[in-house]
Design a protein around this ligand. Sequence first.
Ligand code: TXA
Ligand code: MG
Length: 319
Amino acid sequence: MAEKGKDILKAADLLSKNALVSIPTETVYGLAGNALHVDAVLKIFEVKNRPSFDPLIVHISKLSQLENLVSYLPDNARTLAAKFWPGPMTLLLEKQSIIPDIVTAGLPTVAIRIPDHPLTLELLSILAFPLAAPSANPFGYVSPTTAQHVDDQLGDKLSYILDGGPCQIGIESTIIGFSNETPVIYRLGGKSIEDIEKVAGKVLVKKHSSSQPGSPGTLSSHYSPNKVVKLGDLTSFHGRIDLARTGLLRFKEYVAEFPKENQVVLAHSGELKEAAKNLFAAMRDLDRMDVDQIVAELLPEEGLGRAINDRLRRAASSA
Ligand code: TXA
Ligand code: MG
C-alpha cells in the first residue's frame, strides 16, 4: 500500500528527488515523474512494465511553458490549446532537445497537455519541471479513475498517491497531431471530435493496426480486463455462451431476464458523459465478478460514445 493524501508539498518534494507520485487528473490517474530527468522517466517505464517504444505525455500548467519545450506551434494547435486547455486533450508538437528522447521514444514530436484538476495544477505550478505521466496502471490493463485503483495495482511501487477523488471525465485525453494545419486524431478520448471540429475544422482520424500502431502505444489490444470481453447484444450470443458464467456491461439499463448482480449499468441517465466517467470502474467490477467472460454492449457512435466504443473494442481485441 502507498500513502495517499492531499499533501502537494510532499508530492513536490518527492518528485524533485526523482521519486514517482501518482497524480489525479480529470481523465485518469497518472504515474508521474520529472519529464526532464532520465532517471525518473526510466522508473516510470519500469514500474508500469511499459515497452520503451511507447512514448509518454508531458503535463504542464501554463501555455507559456510551451516556449521551452516545443520548437513549433501550428496555428490550429494554438487555437485548440486556447480553447480546450486545461482539459482532456493532448497535442503532438515538435520537441526541443531539453526533452529526453526516452520520453518520446525517439520520435521528433512530444505529447503535451494541461490537465484540468486543481490539485495537480497547483502541484505543477510549484514544480520547476513538467511531469511525464502515463496512466497509472500496469501496461495493457484498464486505466485507474480513483486513488484506490492506483493503490490496488501499483501501491507497493509508489512513494505517494495524491488523492484528488474520482476522475470527472473518466476516459483518457484525445490525442491530436497535425499534418500541416489539419488536426489528426491519434487516440479518441475525453474531448469529442464534434467539439474539436467546431474550433479547428475537419479532422482526420488515424486508423490503427495491431502490427503498425499509428501512435506507438495505441495497440489494438489494450485497456483490457483479465477476463475475455465479447462485444454485442446478449441475444446475438444465444446458445453459444454459458449465461450463468457471464457478466454484462450495459449502457442504460439492466436486461430484465438476467440476474442483476451479474450486470453493470454505465449510465442510468442515458448520458454518454456519465457512461465515460463510470467505464473503467465498471470494467474493474466485472473483472472481480465470479464469471468467466464479459459481454459488453456498444454505445451510440457519437460524441464520447466513440471513445468509449474504442476502449471496449480494444478490451475485446486479442491482437
Ligand atoms: O488522459 C491522459 O492522456 C492520461 C493522463 C494521465 O494524462 N495519460 C495517458 O497516458 O493516457 P498513456 O501513457 O497511458 O497514453 C499516452 C498515449 C500512448 O498511447 C502513446 O503512444 C501516445 O500517447 N503518445 C505519446 N507521445 C506520442 C507521440 N509523440 N506520437 C504519437 N503518440 C504518442
Ligand atoms: Mg494508458
